[in-house]
Design a binder for this molecule. Sequence first.
Ligand SMILES: [Ca+2]
Length: 592
Amino acid sequence: MRKPAWTGLALALVMALSGVATAQERPRPNIVLIIADDVAFTDFGAYGSEIRTPNIDALARRGTLFTNYHATPMCAPSRAMLMTGIDSHRAGIGNLPETTPEEHRGSPAYLGRLHRDVPTIAERLRVAGYRTFMAGKWHLGHTPGSLPSARGFDRTFILDATGADNWEHRPYLPYYDRAEWFSDGEAVDQLPADFYSSEYLVERMTGYIDEASQQEGTAPFFAYLAFQAIHIPVQAPREYTMRYADRYHAGWQALREERHRAAVQRGIVPADARLGPMHPEMRDWDTLSAGEREWYARAMAVNAGMLEAMDHYLGQLIAHLRETGEYENTIFIVTSDNGPEGALPTASGAMRMWMWLVGYSRDIETLGERGSFAFIGPEWASASASPHHLFKFYAGEGGTRVPLIVAGPGVESGQMARQLALISDIPATIAAFAGTDAEGMTGRSLMPVLEGGEEPVYGPDEGFGVETAGRMAYFEGRWKILRNGPPLGDNRWRLYDLDADPGETTDLSTSDPERFAAMQAAYRQWAEANGVLDMPEGYDPIATLLEHSRAKIRARYWWAYLLAIAFVIGIVAAPVWFFVRVRRRRRATAPA
Ligand SMILES: [Ca+2]
């Protein structure tokens, strides 16, 4: 039977009125998405760190802190998922462009830029009427069509590289000819003389927000703030570094244990979970010379200072939003793209030579200041990732389990969420806050969790994979299989129970062979569906990056190589020439 027309009309009227009522109750929120670079699981105070991050900790108290949230172990793939809500390979960023082997270049999963037909969260929000801004590291393509200015952001000041110097307009690796900064899609000639990355990025973002609110009135904004902190080169204003100058002399093993205790005390990790040992190749603090211990303690102080400075400048943005009345209606999302950086740049002779040629200092007195290049190395990275195994570039929990804090209107206060979650869930969550569509995303909205729900985001049988540069993992409920490549991995799959053993100390692959086999099969299926390619034999991403870098150094500093060769020839030739001359003179003066 056909319903009378007025029923439909009345229904539409009721729906429209209720829509108005909801909108009046809660206007669409602003969204500030903050990503810190290479920040480890226990690096923020709220997760048990000794590093002071009062502004981030305040967001954690006001909102929800996740204890079982994962990214990929590498920057660009994680950021691709964060921008699109789908797997990194399907977005076109299966690996870093810098570490992609020749064999993979040009294949759809390894474009090195986001696929044009995959919408970014900024594009979706812009369609929904949001004003969209970005300041910081993009790393998802730098052709004109793949910069954020062409991918949904109204205003942008961005870096398209793995990183750059924090004090000056210069690259931090010989891989790059220059630091690729862009302002609204145009290459930046020179950064301001008083540039410091965290301070400047917040300043730009504040400017965008203010400018738009003056011009356009009431539309909400989406602000993507992607700090360089605490990626290498680790650099911080001296006053921040010196606050930690005496903090790290007990060494990395002590810090790893201290962070574990603090995380247990806060209820972030289960009290009965075992703290695993560091990788056997990690150096023992006590075997370092006194000078080396001083240097590493200071490097870690710079790292801490860099993070505290980032939190300080973020605090300025938050204070500004309070002053302008935006704070109460703003959702803050704070996260990291992967675990802590364990690279030792000075292990490579070519890197040491390049640092010397471009004048990067590693003097302890000025470490982390302008013109200085610091890094924490694999052992401090292991301590920062406590209580987890390994760090950035590895599929262990140390490389993939990172902090996530969400706060703002509608989010449960002071809550700890233990549900398994993935970085591609963030765009789906943002879409839910904004009331816009998440069609095509594989990530799931975390909204039910943020509202205090106890249901899992992914059911016990709803597994998902993570892969980048041949480091792979598959998660299914409480179970995880993983496989790591060289130099610290052996390309063997292992199985862990993350609920009982988040530190991945006990491999269950032989005691639970059926699950082990089923999860490997599930991984293969996932990998095939997402266009994941096998890595070439013997592939090592860091070695690949260094090889690409060495080629650039040879091309740019060929004269240095010539000088070095000439020098060596000189050392060998001079004594020979001298010897020959002396002999000739003796013969000439010898009596006939
Ligand atoms: Ca990173």
